[in-house]
Design a protein around this ligand. Sequence first.
Ligand code: UVW
Length: 322
Amino acid sequence: MAAAKPVHFSELLKNAPKNWGRFGPNDEIGGLNFLTSAEVLRGIRAVKQGKVFTLGVPLARPQGDPLYPSRSQPIRTMAMDKGFYISGKAQPFPGGMEYADDVITMYLQGTTQYDALGHVWHGDTIYNGYDAKTTMGGLQKCSIQPIAEHGVVGRGVLIDAARYKGKESLDAGERITLDDMLAAAKKQNTPIEKHDIIIIHTGWLKRFYDQGAEGIFPKGAFNEPGLGYSVELAKWFHEMEIPSLGSDTIASEQTNHEESGTMIPLHMALLHYQGVIFNEIDWTHDLAQDCAKDGQYTFLFVGAPLKVVGGAGSPVNPIVIK
Ligand code: UVW
């Protein structure tokens, strides 16, 4: 049952671990500090077959893309195409070359994306203790740029939570507990190792493409399934030094934490407190099908967000190589 009045995050998370200061006073990349060259090589050692999966969703479809309800759909328009030449508005280059150009207007988090560490906070400080006023007019601290400069490269592990629960997709608001995640990993014969990049498959995103918006916003509600907050889960992420978490949902976590009445508390407990890099709206369906077939749930994961100066996030097309 939902709490009558939401508990403030400062109270809910009073025993949750924090990495502020752990990587120095100037840190802006949090968990990516764990992704050293040794971790890149560990990721490369997970490559066994040369199979490639791309986790980005199609961008700016005329019929609409999956995104957080307050964000508007990406709009792509042609700035140059054959019509410009036909109408005489443009002339071919000397030699005859013509070209097409286009412009996109979108939320940087309006597709498969990474969140910057300055994307969310409570109170007056963002990750690592920087003043939240540094977000005004563009993130001067903890923007997506330092994350993009580093890259998100290491060993990835897919946790197929839908398969573990015997479903094609989890239900609206369904929680994946720490025990669920560890039991799913065990069932897959793939224990999660320290510094693994965790990608959770819930089957949720496929509902959007099969059923339209109603599939992921039943009765208009934003109520996603996913990993749910507990202090044990937060401590486990801290002990395991998990650099990054992704999923096939819009926020990569269970939306509503009923015990406290809070919304998306892992954005606070993991991203804001520990610097875990969040990756969202991943297309995991094909990868999950393939992992179930060949039993290989680990891979080299390569996430390359754009170096958007001052950006709170960035689109990305993560690459998985098995
Ligand atoms: C918010 O938390 C508002 O957005 P996202 O799910 O993109 O992190």
